[in-house]
Every structure is written in structure tokens, then in C-alpha cells.
Design a protein around this ligand. Structure first.
Ligand SMILES: [Zn+2]
Length: 165
């Protein structure tokens, strides 16, 4: 009797697919075919995976839009100047600035020993740094290092407009 190499598998999605199992050990083929029956066929599996990643991208885009809105509202509320730089860096820079500055406020003032007057001084420095790329570069920095980081900003990072309006 010839050793059986192909199995017709009815997948969980209902598709009937002929599988060549000759690359599997002969004594494992029947078991593998049963395992396949419990799964979707490759096409259905791929389609489900692609729609998952499309859903994830949509979710990420929605999350980014939400963060962007929060950053924009915050910049308006605290009179933060618009950032400067390549167009595609502006939104990212705004989100990065919002993130690190609000985290620093929590760490230094809300939970730390700074008072509002200390913060006001720092906030003026924050307003002077308008290069979007600078804020993007600080996105992974410790928020409590922000005062030091701002002191290290160079004239290239400072705005061309007078921030002290
Ligand atoms: Zn299928």
C-alpha cells in the first residue's frame, strides 16, 4: 500500500483544501491533518490577520489624533509658541513637548518640592525652545531632567520670535 501523502482537509472556516503532507513524517500526517481541521485555511487566516493589523493601525491613528488634540489644547491654554521645523516634525514635536512638560510638572510640582514660581521660570524657558526636532529628541528623556536639558539647548533650538510677549 502506498504511503498516503495528501489529505483533503475541511478547515474550520468551511474551505476544503487539499494538503500535500509529504514533507512531514509519515506517522504524523494524519494527526497534522486533524490539527489543520481545527484551524482556518491559510487564506482566511491571512485575511483575519490583515484586518487585525488594519484595525490596529486605525486604533493607533485615532490615539495619535487624540494625543495631538490634547497637545494643541494644552499649547493654547499655556500660551506655548508654535514649533518650527520640517512640516512632518511639527505635530510629533508638539506631542513630545506636551508629554515631557506635563510629566515634568507632575514630577517636580505636583509630587515634588517645586512651587509655582519655580515652575513659571522653567515655563519661560520651555517657551523659548521652539525647534520641533529638539522636543522629539527629548521624547525618551527623564521628565525630571527637563530643567537641565533646557539649559543645554543651544541657540539653534531657540525660537526666532521673541517668546516674551
Ligand atoms: Zn478558509
Amino acid at each position: 500500500m502506498a504511503v498516503r501523502k495528501t489529505w483533503t482537509v475541511v478547515h474550520s472556516c468551511g474551505h476544503e483544501i487539499e494538503h500535500d503532507l509529504s514533507n512531514r513524517p509519515a506517522d504524523r500526517r494524519a494527526g497534522f491533518a486533524r490539527w489543520l481541521e481545527g484551524r482556518e485555511c491559510t487564506d482566511c487566516w491571512k485575511a483575519a490577520r490583515d484586518s487585525d493589523s488594519a484595525g490596529k493601525e486605525e486604533w493607533l491613528a485615532a490615539k495619535r489624533a487624540e494625543e495631538q488634540q490634547a497637545a494643541t489644547d494644552w499649547a493654547q491654554q499655556f500660551d506655548m509658541p508654535p514649533l518650527e521645523g520640517p512640516h512632518k516634525a511639527l505635530a510629533w514635536g508638539e506631542r513630545s513637548r506636551h508629554q515631557i512638560v506635563t510629566t515634568a510638572y507632575t514630577a517636580l510640582v505636583t509630587e515634588g518640592s517645586w512651587d509655582e514660581a519655580d515652575w513659571a521660570v522653567l515655563e519661560e524657558k520651555i517657551r523659548t525652545v521652539t525647534r520641533a526636532g529638539w522636543w522629539i529628541d527629548q521624547r525618551d528623556a527623564e521628565a525630571t531632567d527637563l530643567p537641565e536639558l533646557l539649559d543645554a539647548a543651544t541657540s539653534d533650538d531657540l525660537g526666532t520670535e521673541n517668546p516674551f510677549r
